[in-house]
Each structure stands twice: as C-alpha cells, then as structure tokens.
Design a protein around this ligand. Structure first.
Ligand code: SD4
Length: 335
C-alpha cells in the first residue's frame, strides 16, 4: 500500500514524467526519472544518423542495434568526407577505415585500417559476435569481411580524390587541418565537411551501447590508426555508469585512454559534462602547448540519460534525440 508521502512522491514523479516526456523507472524502493531512450552523436550534422537510430530506440529496440544502424548513415554518405564512402584518403590516396562497437555487457568488436568496405561498423559487430577476438586489422579484417558476404567497393569519390591531389601539391601533413578546424579557420572549400561519428545510446530497457566510425585523419601516413576503433580511447561503455566517445586528433585521445577516462570520472560521481571537461584538462596538463592548436571533443551519457560534452577548441557540436525531440548543442571548450 502506498502511504501518503509515497503517493504524493509518485504522483509528482508521474506528472513530472509527463511534463518532461520522460520515463519513470522503479528502482527498488526509490523511484527516479530516467531520460530514456536517448541517442547522441558527435557533430550536429549527425542528426540524420540519430534519426535512424531513433527508429529502433523509439520502438523499444536495443541500443546496440540503434547505434549500428545510425552510424551507417554517414558511412554511406559520399558528402561526408570523414567517414566511410567519400572519406578523405591517406597520403597514398587510399581510403582506410576504422570502427568499433560496444554493448551493455562489455562485448566489443573493432576493425582498423580496413579498405574497400562501405560499412566497417557492420564488420566490427561481426568481429564482436562471430570471433573470439576484439580487433581485426588491414588485410585480415578485409578477408574476414569478404568471407562474411561483404563486397569490395571503391570508396574514393572524385571529390575526395581531387582534395588528395590538391594536397599532394604541398604534401604538408598537419593534423590541425582536420575538416572542422579548417572550417573554423575559414579555409575555403571545407565548409560542408562533417567529422568522425561517435554515437552513444540508452535504450528503453535501460541498456547502453556505442559505435564509432571514421576514415581517420585526412592524408595520414599509410597504416596509421587513430583512437576511433580503440575500445577505451574512441569509445567506452559501462552499463553501470555510462558511455563516452570522442572525435578529433586521435593520437591525443589514445595517450590518456580518453573515453574510458570520461566513464571512470562519471563513476566517481561527476556529471557527464564535468567528466568530459576533466578529461580534456588532463590532456592539457600532459601536453600543454603541443595541443593548443588541436581539436578533441568528447560526448558522454550516464545511466540516467543525462548527457554532456567538452572540447579543446570552440566549434565542436553534438546532436541529441530523445522523446523531448531533436537538438544540436554547441559544446563548451577550453580555448
Ligand atoms: C582519428 N579521431 O582518426 C579520428 C579523426 C576524427 O575529427 O575524429 N576527426 O584520429
């Protein structure tokens, strides 16, 4: 039987839930409001990817299926020159892809330095589900994909080939020239670029998952692998705490196990935004002026559906979709 106090508490929670369009989850003796389902992705342009994930999340589907489906939108989009088909190539003119996926039970899979496969995230999921391993790289990853029915495709679009040929004129490799930074610096011709997608989601059942996929830094050395396919660096999920993912110069994220660090700071009680901020501050503490010109951004989500972000530089945006609707946020930043 509900006593009056509990009843008043319960009716407040119901009306608050109606008002905020959120779900009440009974958690033992105390009730709390849980903002689920919800999905967020690095970069505002990825509202389209979130919308794909939302189709699954809003019909009580699994976060794992949602993130896998969502990130395939930029993977297949030739206009997105940072992910999948149409991605800017390495300095030898080859598009090489990195991706990883992680579920609520710490199952995870990744592919890196993979060529000619449109949807590396699907291969990463198969690595997770069909092999005893977590990561497959290069030729081995390609063989595994082909053995599982994937078809080889040319991922270098005429636009990306032209960008590479333009770059060859100077061959000046500078990791600060990621598309978003060029956009911030108003370099002509780069305004419509998107960036690596990291997507994290909490489903109606209260489970978290994440996916991250990229063509990596443009004109990188052949064989270079960034943070995006590395569990703990570009993505981390712990169903007891939360999930985090990153974008930007992967070398800097790897050095501090970025996404894992964000999750561990949330475990200590920090909000998602504060955990991202402390992680970015740690990078600065370790690297100081060496990273002053670089961009790195983190987004994070906890088990209650609270979310936040932080970046090194201005200009990092992220997209969120929940029952409350679709929104793009400008991240706070250090510089
Ligand atoms: C990488 N983190 O390969 C990726 C690239 C990226 O914005 O996110 N660019 O290092």
């Amino acid at each position: 039987m509900l006593n009056r106090r509990k009843f008043v508490q319960a009716s407040f929670l119901s009306s608050a839930a109606l008002f905020f369009n959120k779900t009440i989850i009974a958690a033992g003796s105390s009730d709390f409001i849980k903002n689920n389902p919800i999905v967020l992705s690095t970069w505002g342009d990825n509202v389209k990817a979130n919308a794909e994930a939302w189709k699954i999340l809003s019909s009580s589907g699994r976060a794992l299926d949602a993130v896998e489906a969502g990130v395939q939108i930029p993977e297949a989009d030739p206009a997105d020159q940072s992910v999948g088909y149409g991605g800017l190539p390495d300095r030898d003119g080859k598009v090489t892809l990195d991706a990883c996926i992680m579920d609520e039970n710490a199952n995870c899979g990744a592919v890196m330095f993979l060529e000619n496969i449109m949807h590396p995230i699907k291969v990463a999921r198969l690595v997770m589900e069909k092999t005893p391993h977590v990561q497959l790289a290069g030729e081995g990853a390609l063989q595994f994909a082909l053995a599982n029915g994937f078809k080889k495709e040319n991922l270098l679009t005429p636009e990306s080939e032209k960008a590479w040929k333009d770059w060859l004129k100077t061959s000046n490799y500078d990791p600060t020239t990621t598309p978003k930074l060029l956009e911030q610096k108003n370099v002509p011709g780069q305004q419509n670029n998107h960036d690596t997608i990291g997507m994290i989601a909490l489903d109606a059942a209260g489970n978290l998952s994440g996916a991250c996929t990229t063509s990596g830094l443009a004109f990188k050395m052949r064989g270079r692998v960034g943070d995006s396919p590395i569990i703990g660096a570009g993505l981390y999920v712990d169903n007891e705490v939360g999930a985090a993912t990153s974008t930007g110069v992967g070398e800097e994220v790897i050095r501090i196990c970025g996404s894992h660090t964000v999750v561990e700071l949330m475990r200590q009680g920090m909000s998602p935004e504060l955990a991202c901020k402390r992680t970015v501050e740690r990078m600065i503490k370790k690297r100081g002026s060496k990273i002053k010109e670089l961009q790195v951004g983190f987004i994070a989500l906890n088990t209650k559906g609270e979310f936040g972000s932080y970046a090194l530089q201005k200009g990092f945006t992220y997209a969120v979709q929940s029952k409350a609707g679709v929104k793009v946020y400008n991240s706070k930043s250090i510089y």
